[in-house]
Design a protein around this ligand. Structure first.
Ligand SMILES: [Zn+2]
Length: 193
């Protein structure tokens, strides 16, 4: 069975090298919708695959990091990156360009890592991240499956090269959330949310 939870955020970017002149040469924003799909053949103690309430913690916080922030590709012009960081408190630096395709891959590896190190306490079993869908506009989206997220062809995404600005980290329940996820420290789901 597959379950799906939607999240939303507003984000600004430039996608260098794309075919659309406006998109590759001008800073602009989109109202993104992200769908997180989980699958399992089992049900937990509440006869659910995974309680949606549990997704309001680290998962929502990580995705919400992109809200009202600017996504920067570390391969972009150095002066541009420095200027954006100087003038915007909320920014996320990525090792890939912030196209919808790469956004879906980045969010996949982030959530996958988070889930891998989350200790479940309500009988959840074999819950696997199935795919991430990133809607950049009303009519266009990218869907990332596991084989896309860890594809050598598209390039492996190094979690250590994803940086969140201090202002973003300070809004998390635990400012060290990303460090905890990356190190594998993770956290234990509460018994009630
Ligand atoms: Zn765009």
């Amino acid at each position: 069975m597959i379950i799906r939870k939607s999240f939303k955020f507003e984000n600004a970017h430039i996608v260098r090298g794309c075919s659309t002149q406006r998109c590759r040469a001008s800073l602009h924003g989109h109202s993104y919708k992200v769908e997180v799909l989980f699958e399992s053949q089992y049900l937990d103690n509440g006869q659910m695959v995974y309680d949606f309430g549990l997704m309001k913690q680290g998962m929502k916080e990580l995705i919400d990091s992109f809200d009202h922030s600017i996504a920067l590709w570390d391969g972009d012009d150095e002066a541009y990156i420095a200027d954006m960081k100087r003038h915007s408190q909320r920014w996320v630096q990525l090792p890939v360009s912030p196209s919808a395709e790469q956004f879906s891959r980045v969010i996949f590896v982030m959530i996958d890592k988070l889930m891998w190190f989350t200790k479940t306490v309500n009988g959840e079993k074999m819950v696997r991240l199935s795919s991430i869908i990133v809607h950049e506009t009303e009519t266009g989206y990218a869907q990332c499956f596991r084989e896309d997220a860890y594809s050598d062809i598209m390039g492996l995404i190094d979690l250590d090269k994803i940086y969140f600005s201090d202002e973003i980290c300070q809004e998390w329940n635990d400012p060290k959330l990303w460090e905890r996820v990356k190190s594998g420290e993770g956290f234990t789901n509460p018994t009630t949310v």
